[in-house]
Ligand binder design. Sequence first.
Ligand SMILES: [Zn+2]
Length: 466
Amino acid sequence: MTRAQVLANSRRWFDDGHYQALLKRRVAQPTASDQPGNNEVLKAYLVQEIAPELTASGFDCQVFDNPVAGAPPLMVARRIEADGLPGVLTYGHGDVINGQEAQWRAGLQPWQLVVEGDRWYGRGTADNKGQHTASLSALRQVIDARGGKLGYNVTVLLEMGEEAGSPGLRAFCEQHRALLAADLMIACDGPRVHAQRPTVFLGSRGLVNFSLSLRSRERAYHSGNWGGVLTNPGIRMAHAVATLTDAHGRILVSGLLPPPVSAEVRQALAEVNIGGGEDDPVTNPGWGEPGLTPAERLMAWNTLEVLALGAGQPQRPVNAIPPSAVAHCQLRFVPGTRWEQLADLVRKHLQAHGFDDIEVQVTASSPATRLDLKNPWVAWTMSSIEHSVGKPVTLLPNLAGSLPNDVFTDVLGLPTIWVPHSYPACSQHAPNEHLLASVAREGVAMMAGLYWDLGDAASAPWFLRA
Ligand SMILES: [Zn+2]
């Protein structure tokens, strides 16, 4: 069989309704991981839904308890054609966020696949069931087309806790390094830059969530009796927040800025336009770091957000000086940022501006990752996909959002390539989540092309093996 025939078969398989039938069954399983007590449903997705498909293609599937007690199970499926062959690891997650049942528009519900033209609605269609279904189905097509001989080994890692912050994923990978050993990771999650533009990204921005809090006294005091002689925490907090960025969102805490944008990152992002999609918000050109393009601000720079800000009762103000104020903030950052020192840096910054009464607490964090753009797998992947879909592919140095990619880069030491099959307006993590059938169909074909090309020892850069 030829490469062109495998791609044609993959598209026919999609057009014959097989992909839709699989996805329909998978969406029907309410695999929410952000609510407790759902581990049986989460395990059933691995054991009853994914394992049979992979076993039929020659995989050895093992479901593991999470190293974190009570956290959802994980599955490792390996297809070892021969010891000593190069290997690819692919990752996905079968869990989703809760259904938000009451909020979907009329005619839609989270646990039922509803097809409206190109839009296929249901929880998990975009994140991540539709994506790992595209990847694993393509892999099966290639295994069949190659008569069971891929020429490389494959390991599938599927977790069921990604939407709960991937509890235990790092510890699991540390404990099972040998089982998960590979030369490359290819995974599918997140959005393309635009619906019609195939996209590859190489890592993700990291994040630190942190809270500023100021407790001036135990209770509120009447503003008529005490205004003018008591400090107002709301005003203090507003001024403290105003020292973190200027009025246009430019970060003013110098320790929280990334290194300058490199020439290759700048070049990769030169053609990337942000927004402009049907459901996209109108962007604000004057916001953020001056001198950068919108794509550079989003993917090559750091952003500091105020997520929530509070003093008193905004819904029901009273004539009193509130006792306390809080600002819940977030830094999204690219590699090279001193994010581990954020609490210290912000504390010192606030002290230098006269705010030594404000406490800083980090509440969540995840590192940033980015494969070197010059890594030979990058150009190889881009050209494989271009060959499959016959149109240009956008390279993003990293996703603007976050993924547990540091586990694969740092713990498993892998080059990481992400090929997303969703799009920015997919309503992931919201009511009316959907995928675009046209994108999923193209996704199945491009993944088949990638899995096919990995078996072409002359072109795939397996020579990079350590
Ligand atoms: Zn998600």
